[in-house]
Design a binder for this molecule. Sequence first.
Ligand SMILES: C[S@@+](CC[C@H](N)C(=O)[O-])C[C@H]1O[C@@H](n2cnc3c(N)ncnc32)[C@H](O)[C@@H]1O
Length: 258
Amino acid sequence: MTGFRPHVRRTPARDRTSGPPIRFPPGVATVKARERRGQEKAITGNRLTSWAFAEAYGSPDAESPEGAALRWARDRSVEGGVRPVSPGAGDTLRLLTAACGARAVVEIGTGTGVSGIHLLQGMRPDGVLTTVDIEPERLQFARQAFRAAGFAANRARFIPGHALDVLPRLTDGGYDLVFCDADRLEYLAYLAESLRLLRPGGLVVFAGVFAGGRTVDSGPQPTEVLKLRELLRAVRESDALMPALLPAGDGLLCAARR
Ligand SMILES: C[S@@+](CC[C@H](N)C(=O)[O-])C[C@H]1O[C@@H](n2cnc3c(N)ncnc32)[C@H](O)[C@@H]1O
């Protein structure tokens, strides 16, 4: 874990010493080394189970129209070799659009519509999702999936094309949330466009920033991973953004525009 060294914000010394003493739960400070190894294993196992529990937590009933539409869209993704957001990442997208009362959202990388359904679920009933994909066939699948999930046709605008050709045509400051899930090599360019597109207080969200664990792996990594690290640094160091990196799915990097 030495390859990627994120810049760590140092807490001023007075803050580190003036707070209340850290209190461990009874027994934790006194366990012997051998017991601690066993306990670490149990904690790691519990963490994985907790993570799996969180991923499945908000999934809709598979028999509901939304659940059936999501399953259908996921099946089309698998057939087409596209990786949709995980159920937990989808729940998070739904939460974020609901929390910011989103009326206007941009999605970069429609795929077959899995993330789009979650975004629409959280948006206001009159909200419009503008979704962009370079593959027209995927947009057609997404259109069908949105309809099957019960969303009116006027809730989504489907724009075929390369994201960096389409985004400059969208209105400055006109959007509550921008969700980025297309070409990882272009994420920094999507960030620049997002800062222009978002209203103050709006959110930008990037999917897949863990790159399956490669982002924090010390071995040699492809350009895609190096670009993701650049993105993580740029978002954290930007004065215009307030970030949080959420361990949902394959990592959701979220930031509010100040
Ligand atoms: C990971 S998939 C998106 C999955 C989708 N967000 C979901 O959860 O269902 C990435 C999508 O981005 C599209 N894409 C890749 N590069 C693109 C680009 N430069 N501009 C627009 N779309 C692009 C691909 O065609 C693919 O459908």
